[in-house]
Design a protein around this ligand. Structure first.
Ligand code: NAP
Length: 295
């Protein structure tokens, strides 16, 4: 059997970002509107700092305004909520992202609920969650949106496909399952208590793995010809002592021999997340200004 088509998320994300930059330029020229994204980091987790730096770079490259609020690890919940209230009220800010995880003294749910849902470009506010579940227009979380766009680009019409999503987190598993349901897939959500997980996976025309367990999904869990989206990002020890490498939740070398199409790690879903964040920010800016966002 021929090897799977490799779904090139890096190239696709680049096209999304080019399109976002064009939309931003058009909005600025036609409406004097420059979308602005504010990112809040509490504490100095090095991984979070690196994410924020790449988000800022991408925001500026797309022609948008970037605002950063770097707060001390000791910041109280009240102080963070006050900062969010200021950004909610700032007309130059169209999107607000609070980098997770937060220090223990701050309740994540309280922070997410404090965001103006129209500026919640991560799509985590219960209003946006509700809009997604009711099939209404809201802001869709970036990573699931990226997975969905890759699937649409690869497969076209998804109606009637059997989809299995392994993982039921609020930020990945549940929203991707919802997007697939909205697209008329028959969706199964699997999790750590699912019985006969390999059997469930083998039924899938579309298999999404969002588990956080390195190479858990084996080649013989995959239906021949299925489309496989690997959301996992796991750092494991490399063959060379002292080095590490990234792997997904799917055993890629085995899966590529069975699947019809598959995302690699890295270079699959990962690059789509920031591209979708930019896209969500432009759409949010348009909605706040009463302008119809481009498709
Ligand atoms: P999470 O919140 O830890 O959720 C993991 C899910 O996997 C849970 O629903 C859990 O089930 C399920 N699970 C755990 N062990 C399992 C097993 N043995 N069999 C079946 N299901 C199992 O993780 P997440 O935030 O969704 O992230 C998942 C992965 O995606 C991670 O590797 C993360 O790094 C990656 N990720 C990537 C991006 C990106 O930009 N590409 C963005 C976000 C996350 P229970 O609910 O029963 O516990």
């Amino acid at each position: 059997m021929a090897e799977a088509k490799i779904i090139d998320g890096k190239a696709f994300a680049e096209r999304v970002r080019t399109r976002v930059a064009k939309d931003v330029a058009a909005l600025t020229t036609a409406h004097g509107l420059t979308p602005g994204l504010a990112v809040i980091l509490v504490g100095d987790n090095p991984a979070s700092r690196a994410y924020i730096a790449s988000k800022k770079k991408a925001t500026v490259e797309a022609g948008m305004r970037s605002f950063e609020r770097m707060l001390a690890a000791s910041t109280s919940e009240a102080a963070l909520l006050a900062e969010i209230a200021r950004l909610n009220a700032d007309p130059a800010v169209h999107g607000i992202l609070v980098q997770l995880p937060l220090p223990a003294q701050i309740r994540e749910a309280a922070v997410i609920e404090a965001l103006d849902p129209r500026k919640d470009v991560d799509g985590f506010h219960t209003r946006n969650v509700g809009l997604l579940w009711t099939g209404s227009e809201g802001i869709v979380p970036c990573t699931p949106l990226g997975c969905f766009m890759l699937l649409k680009e690869t497969l076209g019409d998804l109606a009637g496909a059997r989809a299995v999503v392994v993982g039921r987190s609020n930020i990945v598993g549940k929203p991707i399952a919802n997007l697939l349901l909205r697209e008329n897939c028959t969706v199964t959500i699997a999790h750590s208590r699912t019985r006969e997980l390999a059997e469930e996976c083998r039924r899938a025309d579309i298999l999404v793995a969002a588990v956080g367990k390195p190479e858990m999904v084996r080649g013989d869990w995959i239906k021949p010809g299925a489309a496989v989206i690997d959301v996992g990002i796991n750092r494991v020890a490399a063959e060379t002592a002292g080095k590490s490498r990234l792997v997904g939740d799917v055993a890629f070398a085995e899966a590529v021999k069975v699947a019809g199409a598959i995302t690699p790690v890295p270079g699959g879903v990962g690059p789509m997340t920031i591209a979708c964040l930019l896209r969500n920010t432009v759409s949010a800016a348009c909605r706040q200004a009463g302008i119809k966002p481009s498709a």
